[in-house]
Design a binder for this molecule. Structure first.
Ligand code: ZN
Length: 278
């Protein structure tokens, strides 16, 4: 059985066929999806979806949604986490983090605001005894600094694409690193090196659907200019993405499935309880 540790099944891209997409993934062997929320408006939605499909969820405010977030959203998150205490499907605080790739988010005021929301949500993770699901984009060192400051241990650094040293630092803090469709591109040489060489216990698999389409779904800028829409990633792609990782590491697919699922349960311990139900 596969675990997709990062899937935005609540995204509007799935409005037309959400149930069919989840069924298709199940038929492909994806037994469990982790649905990280990105903003307050979506918290109830991921909770409902997770219940409906036997999946797991995380609640948080994503750095790309920090500009429009309200000051009292952190307080609301605290309340939502309190309310969800005892819900076996709540597995983490997320998706939270820092994004220093998007230009508008790199302005000093926005950097400071991102940091404030990040640290406040780390405090909540600590208070509620939950791991975190991190969005890491040109921000690994600062994210690590925040984790150390807040004393938060454990979770997933999603769509990881940093250095070996940064990978080791996350692992040292009890994190696994999320690998997905980005490693299916041959030109992603540094990322493929990481995927090949990091110790197996450090790895978890994810699609980030509908985003990060793997190479076989991705439409080039040229194709898009000719009118083809960008391909939509779905959780059903997870086994094929896993095959890329298995090939890179020269491993049996089944061994990889078992190991990465065990890793996911280790860093998101609440998944232990869910798996027996699926
Ligand atoms: Zn995400």
């Amino acid at each position: 059985m596969w675990i997709d540790t990062h899937c935005h099944l609540d995204a509007p891209e799935f409005d037309a066929d959400r149930d069919a997409v989840r069924e298709q993934a199940r038929a492909a062997g994806v037994g469990l999806c982790v649905l990280p929320a990105v903003q307050r408006h979506d918290w109830a939605g991921v909770q409902t979806l997770a219940r409906q499909h036997g999946d797991a969820y995380a609640l948080g405010i994503h750095p790309l949604y920090v500009p429009q977030a309200q000051e009292d959203d952190v307080q609301a998150l605290d309340e939502a986490l309190t309310e969800a205490r005892g819900d076996p499907r709540l597995v983490a605080v997320g998706e939270i983090g820092l994004d220093f790739f998007v230009a508008a988010l790199c302005e000093p005021v926005m950097r400071e605001r991102q940091w404030r929301f990040y640290m406040a949500q780390l405090q909540l993770a600590k208070k509620h005894g939950l791991p975190v699901i991190l969005h890491v984009r040109r921000s690994a060192d600062l994210l690590l600094k925040g984790l150390r400051q807040a004393g938060v241990v454990g979770g997933i650094a999603h769509a990881f694409n940093g250095s070996v040293q940064q990978a080791q630092a996350f692992v040292g803090l009890g994190f696994a690193l999320g690998f997905g469709g980005a490693m299916s591109f041959e030109r992603a040489t540094a990322l493929r090196e990481l995927a090949r060489n990091l110790p197996l216990p450090a790895l978890v698999l994810e699609t980030d659907a509908p985003d990060i389409p793997p190479q076989w779904i991705y439409r080039t800028a040229q194709a898009r200019a000719q009118g083809q829409p960008q391909g939509r990633n779905t959780p059903a792609e997870l086994p094929r993405i896993a095959q890329v990782l298995a090939d890179l590491r020269g491993m049996e697919l089944q061994v990889l499935a078992q190991a990465t699922a065990a890793n996911a349960r280790r860093v998101l311990p609440a998944l232990h309880a869910l798996e027996t139900w699926t």
